[in-house]
Design a protein around this ligand. Structure first.
Ligand code: SF4
Length: 280
């Protein structure tokens, strides 16, 4: 019998790489343990992503900055904020990001894909993921694809973040196969600072990222098999406590996380939305 493929998304692989126990709570335990309350930074990110998706759904002649307020209002996710005042400040700031960002876009240019699912199978993985945007841009030997990922977090990003992102590399690998065009460039567009962090992959660097993803998949399948064979699930999916526990949805369930100080649901947007003088 051929081995079954491991069906995965970038977040599934990322969850295990970050903490096998978090992976177990998210994808193995059923019923899944209860999650903590929603995070404001997730709400903010989702609102901005959907507004940008809907921007491209407008006809090119309607892609004007004045359209953004209604787009953002229509997609706004309210959960997680400290109060109405903070939520309103977040909306104003997100609108400002979007207004500056669309200035950099050609309203007449349609990307090849917007929130486009790309999927690929290897000997180990059945990968699928939703890329924020896939551009087709002219290259020396014809059109080339570029993976674009929007970021709304507090801190800026650099070329090392783009180079090291397994998700972006897997999108590029999959897009190249789906569209049969080279896809080596990956970009992180950080809306709060208006900066772009980019990396040009090679065939080899994409292959390296893919083989790391396959290694993770093998580890996950081995842990799942061990549990099915009667091993202790706590040992098969160990905890890896660290600073991220404060942000973990399962902190209240996890014995390691229960000892970590928890973050307020709005903690990550506090400084993004109301920056201290000099940090804006
Ligand atoms: S609280 Fe920490 S150790 Fe526990 S599952 Fe979450 S990230 Fe892992």
């Amino acid at each position: 019998m051929p081995e079954r493929l491991f069906v995965c998304t970038p977040s599934k692989l990322g969850a295990y790489a970050d903490c096998p126990r978090r992976y177990r709570y998210s994808y193995v335990d059923r019923p899944a343990p209860p999650k903590g309350p929603p995070w404001a930074h997730n709400s903010l990110g989702a609102s901005v992503h959907t507004a940008l998706k809907n921007w491209y759904a407008l006809s090119p002649d309607r892609r004007r900055p004045e359209a953004l307020a209604a787009l953002l209002k229509g997609t706004w996710v309210r959960e997680g904020y400290r109060d109405d005042e903070q939520e309103r400040a977040a909306y104003r700031r997100a609108l400002g990001w979007l207004e500056s960002y669309v200035e950099t876009l050609d309203p007449g240019a349609d990307p090849l894909g917007v929130e486009r699912v790309v999927a690929v199978k290897t000997g180990v993985l059945a990968f699928n993921g939703r890329a924020d945007r896939i551009d087709s841009r002219p290259g020396p030997e014809g059109p080339e694809l570029v993976i674009v990922d929007y970021k709304t977090g507090r801190t800026g990003l650099d070329a090392d973040d783009a180079r090291g992102s397994q998700a972006l590399a897997l999108y590029a690998y999959a897009a190249e196969r789906v569209f049969r065009r080279p896809c080596r460039r990956v970009e992180l567009h950080h809306l709060p600072t208006g900066t772009v962090a980019a990396h040009e992959h090679t065939v080899e660097s994409l292959a390296r990222q893919l083989s790391r993803a396959e290694e993770t998949a093998r580890d996950i399948m081995a842990a799942e098999r061990a549990v099915a064979d009667g091993d202790d699930p706590d040992e098969a999916f160990p905890t890896t406590p660290g600073p991220r526990c404060g942000w973990c949805d399962y902190r209240r369930t996890c014995p390691a996380g229960a000892q970590a100080p928890g973050k307020e649901p709005w903690a990550a947007v506090e400084h993004t939305v109301d920056p201290a003088p000099g940090r804006d």
